[in-house]
Design a protein around this ligand. Structure first.
Ligand SMILES: Nc1ncnc2c1ncn2[C@@H]1O[C@H](COP(=O)(O)OP(=O)(O)O)[C@@H](O)[C@H]1O
Ligand SMILES: [Mg+2]
Length: 262
């Protein structure tokens, strides 16, 4: 199982959007995908239409080792897609992780227990530099850094790269950075908005040697796809899938991705 985490140290950078569409694209190709919602805001859980019931285990119980990892995994409404959900109760994990030796390794270790059950695991992370954010990054073989095509996005990218460097310097992060995903790239007809153009150019300069994947365009269609449960292609916008196709192409080239028999 290959683990990919989407991380970016600000809200509204496209983390959850990237996770959702990448996971669906992989699942559609026949990969068995486990999604992990590591954000107490639980947007991913919501996007997947999963309702957490009071007595059901979530990522919180999984991280605290109160249940077997399998018991925190739920089938989603989509074929080949499973979820370890979260709700706002996940906030209390901060304290647990800070008081545990090597708290940042907890998610990585837990995911190892189910590595033979899935082909790919996709982890959505919170926007703040918290313990849960660290454990989500450290769990990754490959890191995706979505960043809004704006100065805020650039700032988020810079801070995320700094954090990754810090984690690398203490040998906590052993994965690599798969790429930067420019988010909400705005075009007016055939003309790219100045702000998008400048910030994406800056992203290329800040992330020397890091792939900048085709951007997620500013578009209502992504939300529409989430709300209706249909793919962008089914809605008649196959071109909007380009960022995720590129990411999958890179992953398939670099890793021997297996398709587990159903
Ligand atoms: N292509 C898009 N264009 C414009 N807005 C988008 C697009 N995709 C998603 N959004 C909206 O942008 C917001 C932030 O996206 P999200 O993926 O939740 O970011 P993050 O997880 O980094 O906080 C969400 O409200 C979402 O509905
Ligand atoms: Mg999010």
């Amino acid at each position: 199982m290959l683990t990919i985490t989407a991380a970016s140290l600000a809200g509204g950078q496209g983390k959850t959007t990237s996770c959702f569409f990448l996971a669906r694209a992989l699942a559609k190709l026949g990969y068995k995908v486990l999604m992990v919602d590591a954000d107490p805001q639980s947007s991913l859980t919501l996007y997947l239409g999963h309702e957490v019931e009071a007595n059901q285990p979530t990522l919180l119980e999984v991280l605290k080792k109160q249940v077997a990892v399998e018991d925190g995994i739920y089938e989603s409404n989509y074929p080949n897609l499973w979820l370890i959900p979260s709700d706002d109760g996940l906030e209390v994990i901060q304290e647990y992780l800070s008081s545990t030796a090597m708290g940042e390794l907890v998610l990585k270790k837990r995911l190892k227990e189910v590595r033979d059950l899935f082909d790919v695991c996709i982890v959505d992370s919170p926007p703040q530099r918290t313990q849960i954010c660290l454990t989500a990054i450290v769990a990754a073989d490959e890191l995706l850094i979505p960043a809004e095509s704006s100065s805020k996005g650039l700032h988020s990218l810079v801070r995320t790269l700094q954090l990754v460097d810090e984690l690398k310097s203490v040998d906590a992060f052993e994965g690599s950075i798969l790429g930067i995903v420019p988010f909400r790239d705005k075009w007016l007809g055939r003309t790219q908005a100045k702000r998008s153009q400048v910030s994406i150019q800056d992203m290329k300069e800040v992330g020397i040697g890091i792939l900048v994947v085709p951007s997620i365009l500013e578009s209502e269609r992504y939300k529409q796809a989430i709300d209706t449960g249909r793919t962008l292609e089914e809605l008649g916008y196959p071109d909007l899938e380009l960022p995720f196709q590129k990411i999958i192409e890179v992953l398939e080239k670099k890793w021997l991705l297996n398709k587990t028999n159903p």
